[in-house]
Design a protein around this ligand. Structure first.
Ligand code: NAI
Length: 350
């Protein structure tokens, strides 16, 4: 059987890290039929559409996307393609597991955090206007429906996967109505899950706490903007943005993408780390019921990190993006017969 997947290479480092990832995925022996589409500025140049309708139709058909980063112009220009796709397909849950890889020096070993971010509203609703010259208003939309839905997603995940604690992260001391509603919804859902310890922390304090003692947290539940910022902070705890995967889940479909952006500072140089996209692809493999292939890649990936001589620059090595992918593929071929490790790739079906 072959899996049809919508592939969005993205721009900046996107095409490099996606090419490396696709090579590794294909080396598992699982069969894929990729439906590949541009998005963003490149797509506009060619099709006069930032998100071509063929791309939308493809996701409607395949229901699974693997996406590279897409550049969003700063302070003007078109709206974020990422935000548009999340809203268009109601990909309400942004799921970001944060774990160390072997032998990557970090301030803390054995980090195991899950960040769950509401993905469809908050300040990312993008409703802004100039009231009078020199005064701009930006609306933060928080609804009971979306807040309850994301809270339930987090608690259901915790219940299914034996997680112990969820902290709802907010700023309801200042944004009493909007964050207050988010908080009330998560508090109310938490009552249905008495086996999971529920806590609440203010977002600025949370950033400090994460840097001082990340082990006090297990899962973090956040509205959109705080989730975006705090997940980059969490990536820093385990070695940087080149390592941390992500997934966007809706009821109908899912799009898998790394936490990082298009990294224009290193694009086109074959030095970007494809690990984050590769780990996002592992989440995808679990989602499409290919857990063996996911474990194969995970074991090979960990071996390459343990051996250390084929790592990319961001984690202290000298290898290029493609060389790193070659090493993972070679490791997979060498270790085919070894038993697969039992844990580490979260499953998340919605
Ligand atoms: P960024 O994540 O692209 O880069 C931040 C820093 O991390 C840079 O120094 C970069 O070199 C490094 N980095 C990121 N990924 C790396 C990798 N795989 N290997 C090695 N180093 C890596 O964030 P930035 O610069 O704030 O954003 C650049 C563009 O990306 C913006 O247009 C932004 O809107 C877009 N973006 C897109 C996302 C998406 O498509 N999901 C997510 C985040 C940002």
């Amino acid at each position: 059987m072959s899996h049809r997947i919508t592939l969005i290479p993205g721009d900046g480092i996107g095409p490099e890290v996606m090419k490396a990832t696709v090579r590794v995925l294909e080396a598992t022996g699982v069969k894929f039929e990729w439906e590949t589409f541009m998005a963003g500025a490149e797509a506009f140049e060619r099709y006069r559409e930032y998100i071509p309708k063929e791309l939308i139709q493809s996701i409607e058909r395949t229901r699974v996307g693997l996406k590279g980063p897409v550049t969003t112009p700063i302070g003007g220009g078109f709206s974020s393609i990422n935000v548009e796709l999340r809203k268009r397909f109601e990909l309400f849950a942004n799921f970001r597991p944060v774990r160390n890889l072997p032998h990557i020096p970090t301030r803390y070993p054995d980090i195991d955090l899950i960040v769950v971010r509401e993905n469809t509203e908050g300040l990312y609703s993008g409703i802004e206007h100039e009231v009078v010259p020199g005064v701009v208003e930006s609306l933060k939309i928080i609804t009971e429906k979306a807040s309850t839905r994301i809270s339930r997603f987090a608690f259901e995940y915790a219940r299914k996967h034996g997680r112990k604690k969820i902290h709802c992260i907010h700023k309801a001391n200042i944004m009493k109505m909007s964050d207050g509603l988010f908080l009330r919804c998560s508090r109310s859902v938490s009552k249905e899950y008495p086996e999971i310890t529920y806590g609440e922390h203010i977002v600025d304090n949370t950033c400090m706490q994460l840097v001082m003692n990340p082990y006090q947290y297990d899962m973090l539940l956040l509205e959109n903007l705080y989730g975006d910022i705090v997940s980059d902070l969490c990536a820093g705890l385990v070695g940087g943005l080149g390592l941390v995967p992500g997934a966007n889940f809706g009821h109908e479909c899912a799009i898998f993408e790394a936490v990082h952006g298009s990294a224009p500072d290193i694009a086109g140089k074959n030095i970007a780390n494809p690990t984050a996209v590769l780990r996002s692809a592992l989440l995808m493999l679990r989602h499409i019921d290919e857990p063996e292939a996911a474990l194969k890649i995970r074991n090979a990936l960990e071996k390459v990190y343990r051996t250390r001589d084929k790592l990319t620059r961001d984690v202290g090595g000298k290898a290029g993006t493609s060389e790193f992918a070659d090493a993972v593929i070679e490791e997979m071929q060498n270790t085919n017969s070894e038993p697969a490790a039992a844990a580490g790739v979260p499953t998340q079906k919605v």
